[in-house]
Write a new protein. Structure first.
Length: 221
């Protein structure tokens, strides 16, 4: 199977499984999405969706957010982890949004990545999901699956993103990255992986990954 055939199989299979795909993080506008994505670093979407209603009930815009102290923000978001860094980032970026952008979230990668605690992945998610600008945010699921499928060498997320953008049509990026995330969670997780359920890896997976899977499985018997 050629790489292009692999790509087409991935696209067709994901479209069959996920014709419509929901955005995992609950939000109502670009600002609440930005905060939710920032909070999701090294946390789960489920946990973030449990905490953001508590935070947004108090402050769902930068003007209300800066009325809170960093400590008050930290007390609310503590369950998601990394709360010292995240609370400073939320307060700091809210101040910048007010000072430089009239309280609005800017619609450029450069401006977003200049905000405190906002990296390239966070900026990519906001550009994709809030502003419908083509982007391919790479999380741990996408990084893992692009390697398993033999579509990237898996050295780092920068290379994985570059490979994904090169291989997949730009008009599919915004939907496709979400489809891959959901597929990774449901059918191709890092732990408890069952190849029988993972039709894409079973069909297009690189030989070294499949060999390692069967080797580990035989040792368990």
């Amino acid at each position: 199977m050629t790489k292009q055939e692999k790509v087409m199989f991935v696209i067709e299979t994901l479209n069959e499984l996920y014709p419509q795909i929901p955005i995992p993080l609950d939000h109502k506008d670009p600002y609440t999405l930005l905060i939710a994505v920032l909070l999701s670093a090294q946390s789960t979407d489920v946990r973030v969706n449990q905490i953001t209603p508590l935070l947004f009930e108090v402050a769902d815009n930068p003007y209300d957010m800066v009325k809170l102290t960093v400590e008050e923000i930290r007390d609310i978001i503590k369950p998601v982890g990394l709360s010292p860094m995240k609370s400073k980032g939320i307060h700091g970026l809210s101040e910048i949004l007010i000072a430089k952008y009239d309280g609005r979230v800017p619609q450029s990668f450069e401006a977003l990545e200049s905000l405190p605690a906002v990296g390239h992945k966070t900026a990519s998610v906001v550009m994709s999901q809030a502003f419908n600008v083509p982007a391919f945010p790479v999380d741990t699921h996408i990084h893992r699956l692009m390697y398993r499928w033999g579509l990237s060498n898996g050295k780092n997320v920068v290379q994985t993103e570059r490979d994904a953008k090169r291989l997949f049509p730009e008009d599919l990026w915004n939907k496709l990255h979400l489809q891959i995330i959901w597929y990774g969670r449901q059918y191709s997780p890092a732990r408890g992986w069952n190849l029988e359920k993972d039709i894409i890896t079973r069909t297009v997976g690189r030989k070294s990954v499949l060999n390692e899977y069967f080797k580990k499985k035989s040792k368990k018997k």
